[in-house]
Design a protein around this ligand. Sequence first.
Ligand SMILES: Cc1ncc(C[n+]2csc(CCOP(=O)(O)OP(=O)(O)O)c2C)c(N)n1
Ligand SMILES: [Mg+2]
Length: 1013
Amino acid sequence: MSIEIPVPDIGDFESVEIIEVLIKVGDIIKKNDPVVTLESDKSSVEVPSPFEGKISALKVKVGDKVSKGSILASIESNNLKTKEINTKKEIFEKKEDNVLPVTEKIIKQAEATIVQDVKKPVTQKTHVHQNGADIDPAETQEWLDSIESVLKKDGSDRAQYLLKKIIDETYKEDSNQQLTRITPYINTIPVESEVKSPGDQNMERRIRSLIRWNSAAMVVKANKKNPELGGHIGTFASAATLYDVGMNHFWRAKNNKFGGDLVYFQGHSAPGIYARAFLEGRLSAKQLENFRQEVGADGLSSYPHPWLMPKFWQFPTVSMGLGPVLSIYQARFTKYLINRGLIKDEGRKVWTFLGDGETDEPESLGAIALASREKLDNLIFVINCNLQRLDGPVRGNGKIIQELEGIFRGAGWNVIKVIWGSYWDQLLAKDKTGLLIKRMNECVDGEYQAFKANDGLYVREKFFGKYPELKDLVSTMTDRDIWRLNRGGHDPHKVYAAYEEAVKTKGKPTVILAKTIKGYGMGKSGESINITHQQKKLGEEDLLYYRDRFDIPLTDKQVRDVEFYRPDEKSDEIKYLKERRMKLGGNLPERTSYAKPIKKPAKNIFENILKSSGGREMSTTMVLVRMLTNLLRDKNITQRLVPIIPDEARTFGMEGFFRKIGIYAHEGQKYEPEDSEQLSSYREDKKGQVLEEGITETGAMSSFIAAGTSYTNHDLEMIPVYTFYSMFGFQRVMDLIWSAGDSQTRGFLIGATSGRTTLAGEGLQHQDGHSQLLASTIPNCVSYDPTFAYELAIIFQDGLRRMHDEQENIFYYITTMNENYKHPSMPKGSETGILKGMYLYKQFKNKGKTNVQLLGSGTILREMIMAAEILSEEYNIDSDVWSVTSFNELRKDGMTVERKNLLNPTLKPEQSYVESCLNKKDGPIIAASDYMRSFADQIRPYISKAFYSFGTDGYGRSDSRKNLRKFFEVDKEHIVAYTLSALAKEQLLSSKFADEAMKKYKIDQNKPIPTVL
Ligand SMILES: Cc1ncc(C[n+]2csc(CCOP(=O)(O)OP(=O)(O)O)c2C)c(N)n1
Ligand SMILES: [Mg+2]
């Protein structure tokens, strides 16, 4: 039976042009295969077929304009059910009207809680006496007894359930007291529930002590050699147990059978990680001696930097806050790959180590809600709560662990507090009245810090001494015993139990809040004192103390010489250590990639973009969308594209992707979207491909890095294309972009709606005239500011080649614009120039009088072309118009060539590319872009001709493009006038022409430079 394929609801658009017809008569197509591509001036979308079958007639051709209901083709289909035919005008099957059982349950519950319209008597609201005392202790005791019996009979879950019910009841009575999200200041896991470590504790302590020693020795040695090298001892000293338990028992390495856990190490604990790798035989003593001396061969980088140690470090973390946010999005991206069926679910975990001070950074906590919302049970944060940051306490007057507990629990995380070590267990067991916990609760971090900076006697007096009962509790203990009462984060049993629970947790991420001591074991030189963080030089006494404290088998002389210690290869320690890692699959950290390169897209994918757009006006942002749509049809590319957009898809005309490839949502779509009838309806899907991040550039950039490093972290190459308002890219998240470079991320950053005068109405905060300059500061970022569709296509195609064929660890920044104009076809032979940064676009050569070289970039190239026409027609001035696709790339080449020439004074100098383009051309050079002058100025040193540059220095403001270009003096009129003036200055033309032009174009010679306006 033959039926017709109509244009579905396409939103607000009428008469939209067909730019591609993707079927022909006789084609057999599947349901949802694209039939045609429609393009309005704002977006381009494919129309999918609502049926499968054989195309029997085609009713449209390229260039036709269609609206909702227009018939595109007829299709023969034998499989159609009557119901489908009846609804043939609807593209989307409507979901059943039945309410989902979950929803129904929620409705019922809500209905049950609706307050009936019954006036209740207002109750007297005295809860406690003014002094805080209980008004009815007997009643309170009854309640406590009840709950005690529930605890005994039915357990804590039941008790909590009842409490929640009771609290809910109080809300009905208009109580707005909030249920606390903070538990007492004790360990979350009760002693009875602790899972015991299977490890040999003595052996592990010995190994840990050696790691501690070598780690401290590394820093001390480097600073003996050269005090300017710096480094940290106190941080790793506080975290050693946290790392050791993970390394010995939990973290599984990548190998040919398993993808590997991903561990984000706290940046400045790097010495400890090196020290372990030394014992494992992965790093030599020579390398340890070269800690922080990387310029020669075999140095070790100060912090985790994959760029500097590409076979070792995986994740740069030391810029505080980046590790946490990056790892959240890493965990999410792992789930994305699993849900899309691109990698297996092997139960891999992402572990993130951060400092308690680091949680002050908004990036550290800013995305934690996403982690619980998306049920990232593959994510474990370990926050090393040593109560100190660089200068002093993190919360001297409060308790950072409690504060973080409330924040994380409020955000829906599983929180495990590891506060007290095993030596406290007995004391807590004896504390029948709860007074010890009360004391633990009331002490603030400043006090806890001071306890550990002093001694057992001090703790006896100041901590236990506050209450006679507590003083009694420890009366049989010596000061030494009291001193040995350890903190949870230094107790391998407690840490093991917490890790074990964390890896078993389902449905939510886990945070472990481990209480430790900064500079643990450093004694007077740095234990729990404010200057610990900066301590990098230990004197002889301190070193001897440290040796004794951790029983390192070194003589006094060896200690004085700050020797490293590695037991014999056949020793039990080395055997144990290596065996543990063998059991866990290999070494860690280790950076490798076994990804297969993505194959090139078919050539024809870009073909239609290289051709002229004819009469059609479109923006380069639209061209990008069209190109991505084409790429999604390429079998090599389609699965690997990761479009990333922080809530601006409609601004960029990308809403067509919603329907086509879906928005990633781990729970799928639980609702029928209000626009479900439309072609670009909002479609969320568990297998969705678009990462629609919400309004978070930080999150989007983190996703970009996760996707762009997937080739190493998941052995799967992906192609992230992160599109943002160019002003909210580099300027907003530069530190993350820097870390993308360090991580050797591959992908495309698209600065859309770019240009100071091109994004006309949005004004000062939106108009970007400098992102290209910021991009130029990233060594492995390749950046372009193309004008025409074919330039963009050539650049994008070459980017795929370099990053995936050639496996170059680079990423791209390409600015695109929202200004609509016609695109010519590519001038023959211009590919090389487009990629190198400039090519001759057009010559105006009919007059032959005076010559000038006009260099334009982005949309301002079009002003240049118009200026060239005026110069030719009205002033008889010939010109060569160059399209500069990248001043940044030209500068890179210029400086490389110049450096080479200077280093080789006896050799024949080479020519920079920009020089080779311009040296045989006549006339001064006039360059302009929609960016600050310094963008174009970058090539000034590499050319030997007079050079004048124009740009958009100053704050943007709202107005029309025409007015803005006039204001910033980059419109065709200013270019003409300035060119005439430059020619006069070069004595190539009488100055009267420039003067006349200024008058003609009403150029105010007294107007201040826009930077002061
Ligand atoms: C963005 C940023 N700001 C400042 C620093 C400098 N810095 C390095 S470590 C540190 C203190 C860290 O304290 P905390 O997070 O508590 O770690 P700890 O050493 O105590 O484990 C600071 C301020 C940095 N690395 N990154
Ligand atoms: Mg700290």
